[in-house]
Ligand binder design. Structure first.
Ligand code: XLS
Ligand code: NI
Ligand code: NI
Length: 442
């Protein structure tokens, strides 16, 4: 197996002052942060699809990247093996512990479903070999239930039950592949589980189909003893006009409504949060606070573009705030930070893939240091706790305990016993605290 990234040697931690371009300045896997190795706090993964299965094409133009395995006319299984060789060379040189994949990234589709299944099994064995040699592990697997024309009107939410059945067969095999590779989790992104026009759509019917599908996935997970988390990846739109897993709050309501809470969690993508009109911070805080947090796709959007540009994270402030919520909630658990990131189409040198990831990984590492300092400093938490202190005693505790009614409260207000005065929310002071922690930490 010949080397592909011949100009790049394994990336090492060299510290903030190094002049080496491709070196980690902050990502120091063994450094202890809040009692854990940095590598175990961040659990970084590289996504197979955008880095190796996407040739740099867009809706207006062909692929621009140097991806010889994507050449037409190649034997598909030979090409898939070369792609795997290169992907694992990349993971190993980057030195990050995990990767993520869709079934369709790993193995080519065959003429029949049975042939596709055999291809996937063969490629799963092939990947298992690379995992054993490199020590790289699987953060999560997933099924591509959105690219093939059969899924144009959705997979689980398709008006045709045969498409639902086909998707069920495909996801079963993708879960098997994930389990066979020791995957820590399994993700479902509802790429086309939504609508293009309400004129032809029965929303209620489609939601019930989706719930049925998810129950089947949950049952299957338990029947084979898969221990990882199942996660939904919320996204408001793109490719469809509207997707049912719009944001964390919508997914939360859906899980509650269909008795799936505790079985499914969320994989939050920074760019999807902003597309839904939220901040990344908001989505993570919502999920942590409501017990549905699972994992993160670390890519960001472009502030001017209204689509999923999947850029590498580069804002320490933005990621620190999200990580602060993750740490407040007890850390990542079996989740991690997946780089579901795309190079820009003009980044066509082989080493650009390293530049994107190294910069993004250092952004996460710096953000982890900042978030840990926010926790250790304690002043943000103190201010938040003080703001709500009234709810644990006196009138607050009575209200939440359900022992007072509207007439009782009215009586007390009339008697002058209750007479609140406005209190400062201290927003600017808190923002200044964050900025001071940022500056003194990294
Ligand atoms: C697309 C999603 C996708 C999922 C995996 O916007 O981010 O890449 O992460 O299917
Ligand atoms: Ni995305
Ligand atoms: Ni994603």
């Amino acid at each position: 197996m010949s080397e592909f990234f011949t100009d790049v040697s394994p990336i090492r931690y060299e510290g903030p002052d190094t002049t080496t371009d491709l070196a980690y300045r902050f990502y120091d896997p063994d450094r202890i942060v809040l009692g854990k190795r940095m590598e175990d706090q961040l659990r970084i993964a590289v996504a197979y699809w955008h880095s190796f299965a996407w040739p740099g094409s867009d809706v207006f133009g062909a692929g621009t990247f140097d991806r010889p395995w994507a050449d037409v006319g190649r034997d598909p299984m030979e090409a898939a093996k070369q792609k795997a060789d290169v992907a694992f060379e990349f993971f190993a040189k980057l030195g990050t512990p995990f990767f993520c994949f869709h079934d369709a990234d790993l193995a080519p589709a065959g003429e029949t479903f049975a042939e596709s299944k055999r291809n996937l099994e063969e490629m799963v064995d092939y990947a298992a070999g690379h995992m054993a040699t490199t020590g790289v592990k699987l953060l999560w697997g997933t099924a591509n239930l959105f690219s093939h024309p059969r899924y144009a009107a959705g997979a689980a939410t398709n008006p045709d039950p045969e498409v639902f059945a086909y998707a069920a067969a495909q996801i079963k095999n993708a879960i098997d592949a994930t389990q066979r590779l020791g995957g820590a989790n399994y993700v479902l992104w509802g790429g086309r589980e939504g609508y293009e026009t309400l004129l032809n759509t029965m929303m209620r019917q489609e939601s019930e189909q989706l719930a049925r599908f998810l129950h089947m996935v949950v049952d299957y997970k338990h029947s084979i003893g898969f221990e990882g988390m199942l996660m939904i990846e919320p996204k408001p739109q793109e490719p469809t006009k509207h997707q049912y897993d719009y944001d964390c709050s919508t997914v939360h309501g859906f899980l509650e409504r269909y008795d799936l809470l505790g079985e499914l969690f969320v994989n939050i993508e920074g760019n999807h949060a902003t597309l839904a009109g939220h901040s990344f911070h908001h989505e993570v805080a919502y999920a942590v606070d409501n017990g549905i947090f699972g994992s993160i796709d670390a890519n960001r959007g472009d502030p001017q573009n209204g689509w999923d540009t999947d850029q590498f994270p580069n804002s320490v402030e933005e990621v620190s705030l999200a990580l602060y919520e993750v740490l407040r909630g007890g850390g990542l658990g079996t989740g991690g930070f997946n780089f579901d990131t795309k190079l820009r189409r003009q980044s066509m040198s082989r080493d650009d893939l390293f530049h994107g990831h190294v910069g993004g990984i250092d952004t996460l590492a710096r953000s982890l240091l900042v978030a840990a300092e926010m926790i250790e400093d304690g002043s943000l938490e103190e201010a938040r706790a003080a703001r709500y202190a009234g709810w644990s005693t006196g009138i607050g505790a009575e209200i939440m305990g359900g022992s007072v009614s509207l007439p009782i409260l009215e009586e007390r207000v009339v008697a002058g016993e209750i007479d609140p005065s406005p209190v400062s929310g201290r927003q600017e002071q808190l923002e200044n605290t964050v900025n001071r922690i940022l500056r003194r930490t990294v």
